[in-house]
Design a protein around this ligand. Structure first.
Ligand SMILES: *[C@@H]1O[C@H](CO)[C@@H](O)[C@H](O)[C@H]1NC(C)=O
Ligand SMILES: *[C@@H]1O[C@H](CO)[C@@H](O)[C@H](O)[C@H]1NC(C)=O
Ligand SMILES: *[C@@H]1O[C@H](CO)[C@@H](O)[C@H](O)[C@H]1NC(C)=O
Ligand SMILES: *[C@@H]1O[C@H](CO)[C@@H](O)[C@H](O)[C@H]1NC(C)=O
Length: 505
């Protein structure tokens, strides 16, 4: 029974992974998302990457500020194309030529950006998209490849498409049973064949955290690399963690279709630090340290000993992301939004994580509920709702870092987030007469809850180097669907597998 239960969990966890690795880069790779209310200046972020040994970065779109800052940095770049551009790129090779010209060739030649990959779409085959992007993806990949050839860049810049692990599954519940989802099998084969012929890699995203978060019965230890879970036995192989199991499910799917040796990149994997009970610094440190140790040791999986390139999700917190997937969505960063350290990581060679340098902050002032104010005040609910509509209150969610506060502490936390989000403007600390500005740090001692001070963008030489990312309203739309889909898809596929399994057992 123990075995069968684990087998089932295993299945449930089928998220994804990848494998291959084109060339041996020694360094770390990360995703740099830009859905922030207060973007840390791109130059500081790039310096932070370099200081911590990151040599590859993935962007979700061709953001001008980020790309310029990456110029001549020595960091290799994967630049993404949002799903909503797929159709036009698919139907018109000239659109692809223009995209490559503006968003690849120019940055390489004019800004010295070391672009190595174009990621066409983002998890375009997610079941939750109901096939919306399925027909456009392959032609868009072909047109981008044609455009790269036309630009004379096809040897240096490879095309790929990051896919969610829901493109494959295992009817047996074990990695060896892996195959592609029947509804997109033909598309998958066409894409894989094309990428293979062009010496380009496949890219898959894996999320053990989402498996755990979606299923209260998931064996938690199996999500980590040093866990004490009983191994899942698949023929002669014993699996001790979800990542290996998922990755090898993909490898089995590739082998079954005759592409056992195609290079694979893990496009996203990581662990958030706040927003829900399992999203905390302890778990995130445990998971990410295990991941980093594997990267340093160049450890592969049982079925593929050559390790894949692994892009950690994410580098830095994004307080303006949609929280539809869950309150944890804004807390995936290894670093806080300001480039400060959340938890230590051993990066190998005696190095540990270092924080961002040269970050300017607003004065040490906080907005809190005043001593005179009453928690029964009828204006309180309104005030809280206003504060948390515009600012990030996800740290107040059940199980989160500030969930232990009393009602007054709660209100203070929300007021302060709003005040900081509004750059400490005087009139931003006016909540129906319930609030007051203080210079005494209200963060409770001995608590995980931290009342933050906003970074001072006016003191940085370039206030906003990016055009599309400085306001919450314009930014949530683009990258938001990514994680949203992740987490929606997980429970869904989990559910499916559960049904499949109960039928088999
Ligand atoms: C370059 O990328 C940006 C960001 O995704 C996009 O807005 C723009 O349309 C792209 N340029 C072309 C010519 O497609
Ligand atoms: C994709 O193409 C197939 C075959 O041409 C067609 O039946 C299907 O409706 C298309 N799907 C979408 C979402 O357009
Ligand atoms: C604090 O706020 C959170 C989020 O609004 C809420 O779930 C929780 O019940 C509040 N706690 C108290 C003690 O008011
Ligand atoms: C920052 O501002 C300076 C001075 O205005 C300008 O020369 C520089 O190009 C800007 N840098 C970026 C990355 O936009």
């Amino acid at each position: 029974m123990g075995f069968q239960r684990f087998t089932m969990f295993f299945l449930l966890a089928l998220i994804i992974l990848s494998q291959g690795l084109v060339k041996g880069t020694h360094g770390f790779a990360c995703n740099w998302g830009l859905r922030s209310t207060h973007l840390l200046p791109p130059k500081i972020v790039v310096k932070l990457m370099k200081d911590n040994g990151f040599k590859q970065v993935k962007l979700f779109e061709a953001d001008a500020g980020a790309l310029k800052a990456l110029g001549n940095s020595g960091i290799q770049v994967m630049v993404g194309i949002p799903n909503d551009m797929l159709e036009s790129l698919a139907s018109n090779v000239n659109a692809a030529i223009a995209w490559v010209n503006q968003n690849v060739s120019n940055y390489i030649s004019k800004n010295g950006v070391d672009i190595r990959y174009v990621a066409v779409g983002n998890e375009a085959f997610l079941k939750t998209y109901n096939g919306r992007f399925v027909n456009a993806t392959f032609p868009a990949i072909q047109n981008i490849q044609a455009a790269l050839i036309k630009a004379g860049l096809d040897r240096k810049v490879k095309v790929t498409t990051p896919l969610n692990a829901d493109v494959y599954q295992s009817d047996s519940g074990l990695p060896s049973g892996g195959n592609f989802r029947p509804d997109i099998q033909d598309q998958m084969i066409s894409i894989i064949k094309f990428l293979y012929q062009n010496a380009a890699p496949l890219t898959f995203n894996i999320y053990p955290f989402l498996s755990l978060d979606a299923d209260p019965n998931f064996p938690k230890e199996f999500a980590f690399f040093d866990g004490s879970a009983d191994p899942v036995v698949d023929g002669s192989i014993s699996y001790t963690n979800v990542l290996d199991a998922n990755f090898d499910t993909l490898i089995s799917a590739l082998e079954k279709n005759g592409f056992g040796s195609i290079p694979v990149i893990i496009g996203e994997v990581g662990w958030p630090t706040d927003g829900t009970a399992n999203a905390n610094k302890k778990n995130a440190q445990r998971f990410n340290q295990g991941l980093i140790d594997r990267i340093i040791k160049r450890q592969g999986t049982p079925k593929r000993s050559t390790p894949p390139d692994i892009y950690v999700f994410g580098f830095i917190d994004e307080a303006a992301k949609s929280i539809e997937p869950g309150p944890f969505e804004r807390h995936w960063g290894i670093f806080n939004f300001d480039g400060s350290i959340k938890y230590p990581l051993n990066l190998g060679g005696g190095k540990s994580l270092v924080a961002a340098k040269g970050v300017n902050y607003l004065p040490k002032k906080w907005c809190v509920m005043s001593d005179q104010a009453n928690v029964m005040d009828p204006g309180l609910a309104d005030s809280l709702s206003k504060a948390c509509t515009y600012a990030d209150c996800t740290s107040l969610s059940p199980g989160s870092s500030c969930s232990g506060l009393d009602t007054k502490g709660n209100a203070s936390y929300a007021f302060n987030m709003y005040y900081q989000n509004m750059d400490q403007k005087k009139d931003a600390c006016q909540f129906n007469g319930l609030s007051v500005i203080t210079s005494t740090n209200p963060s409770p001692p001995q608590s995980t809850c931290h009342f933050e001070i906003m970074i001072d963008l006016s003191k940085h030489e370039n206030k906003s180097t990016t055009t599309t990312t400085t306001t919450t309203t314009t930014t949530t739309s683009l990258a938001a669907p990514k994680m949203k889909m992740h987490s929606m898809v997980m429970p869904l596929s989990t559910f499916m597998f559960t049904i499949m399994l109960s039928l088999c057992m």
